[in-house]
Design a protein around this ligand. Structure first.
Ligand code: NI
Length: 167
């Protein structure tokens, strides 16, 4: 296992669109395990491959309080999303220190492959629903701050640049 470097907003590579995984093989399983290690170390509840500069459709999530319920979603698709929307506060490992409200579908049904290459479907609500939509946005090159006002986005960009210089 290895810790991977997480790209920080506004890195342009965060806007790349991820390609579908062609085969769930040992390379993908290693990616999943390295992404999980990176997510737990951060610490965070979700990570998309885009954030570690791998542009393939892979997500890891663990929203459990005990941090022992890792879920990998390979080639995830949203099959259904509720008309009901919900506003909740989000953060992102690629935008450290920034938290703001984003509106998303309250419930979603997702289909994906697991690390064995098996298809599964999952009904998600609460934090898991927020997290899966947030991470799937990453795979499409979208960062949550892009839902905020342009004024806020400008402020966040300048804050991130200052932070990058300080490091
Ligand atoms: Ni994120």
């Amino acid at each position: 296992m290895a810790l991977l470097n997480i790209l920080n907003y506004p890195d342009k590579r965060l806007h790349k669109i991820a390609k579908p995984v062609e085969a769930v093989n040992d390379r993908i399983r290693r990616l999943v395990s390295d992404m999980a290690e990176t997510m737990y170390a951060a610490p965070g509840v979700g990570l998309a491959a885009t954030q570690v500069d791998v542009h393939e459709r892979v997500i890891v999530i663990d929203v459990s309080e005990t941090h022992d319920e890792l879920q990998a979603f390979i080639n995830p698709e949203i099959l259904w999303s509720s008309d009901e929307k919900k506003l909740s506060e989000e953060g992102c490992l690629s935008v450290p220190g920034i938290y703001d409200d984003v509106e998303r579908a309250e419930k979603v049904r997702v289909r994906a492959l697991n690390e064995k290459g098996e298809t599964f479907e999952l009904d998600c609500e609460g934090l898991l629903a927020v997290c899966i939509q947030h991470e799937m946005d990453h795979l499409m090159g979208r960062v949550f701050v892009e839902y905020l006002s342009s004024l806020k986005q400008t402020r966040i960009k300048s804050k991130m640049k200052k932070l990058a210089h300080a490091m």
